[in-house]
Design a protein around this ligand. Sequence first.
Ligand code: GLA
Length: 425
Amino acid sequence: MRLPIALRVVSACLLVLGAGSGARATAPPDRAPAAAPAPSAALPLGPSLAPTPPMGWNSWNRFGCNVSERVVLGAADALVKTGLKAAGYRYVVIDDCWQIKRDAAGEIVADPARFPSGIRALADAVHARGLKLGIYSDAGTMTCAKRPGSKGHEVDDARAYAAWGVDYLKYDWCNTEGQDTREAYGTMSRALRATGRPMILSICEWGTTRPWLWAPGIGQLWRATGDIQDCWDCGNSWGGMGVVHIIDLMAELYPFSGPGHWNDPDMLEVGNRGLTLAESRSHFSFWALFAAPLMAGNDLQTMSADIREILTNREVIAVDQDPLGIQGRKVRDNGPHEVWMKPLADGTRAVILFNRGTEESPITVEWEDIGLFPGGRASVRDLWRGIDAGTFRARYQAKVSPHGVVMLKITAELPGREAGTTGAH
Ligand code: GLA
């Protein structure tokens, strides 16, 4: 459907803005500079490295410490083959357990049994597929899986990553007794920048010191919650939590996210074993509404067609990647039935009708709850069904399955200006 003229003008302006910020993003070279690192102020930290939330795949949720170059290359190939790369997934991130020790000179060493070709060759292979490579370390003495951490080796490690052609560092917070988060992440941020190679810094202290208040300008994304578990609403003693608990913790953080500085509710569990298809759709919908980094965490080589369809739903991904970069928020809470809304750059709204309950139920979005003229008309598109539901006055109601969502894109129709009439223009 064509937009009324006023909305078309607004959306054209915003699209130009979006294109501008995208154009400023620097494409990292495949090779690290061989010579001395550039001055530390060389690289901008602003939105340019992550103008929209990073998308990719990470080894941890599915493979844990069973990561290897075979697993990573398999994921890279699958990203290409399954259409995830075409849908926007770019970063292939090796999580914990790739490193085995430091050598006599203090250099970090990749496990030769699992990464026989070395990280540099792996980076070359990933780049050859048009993708980017991410790696993992920890601000303390050891990683969470007790591999060597980067404390005291930040500059050497950052230089090694740059020399190997790494594009992204996830930096964890285990074994950090006595350390200060802001200082430790600042140290690694400066070390990365000093290499002269653009590398995203993904902060991972689980929201414990409210990184949304200090991390913009240090990293491009920060974990806002404990570790996601492959379940709907479980929790465990060490702070791991199911999808619903993460949704609730994210609800209040919407003011702190934006282009170049994203709240991270953790990697996706879509396609692992613990969620139903409806729950997986809900999980993915909320991550998109939150403008969250979309890091697939499943085995891409063996995923079903249903799971691939969830991970590659272009209209839902467009909500996540919207150039305005606003994190959506809850606008209506009727016990187990909720309405959430994210304003988009083209003047439309993404809306989630969320049913926490265990019975199918009708849920209604009122235009006045999402900032539209209460008595006006608006057209409604259903993003999971991929259909235009029609044009409605004041509200829209849909049946929502248990633990499910209906995800909508709602476009106001201006009174007296039918689509296609151009008024003064
Ligand atoms: C922490 C992180 C996880 C994962 C593991 C690896 O728990 O939060 O995402 O990186 O460490 O050991």
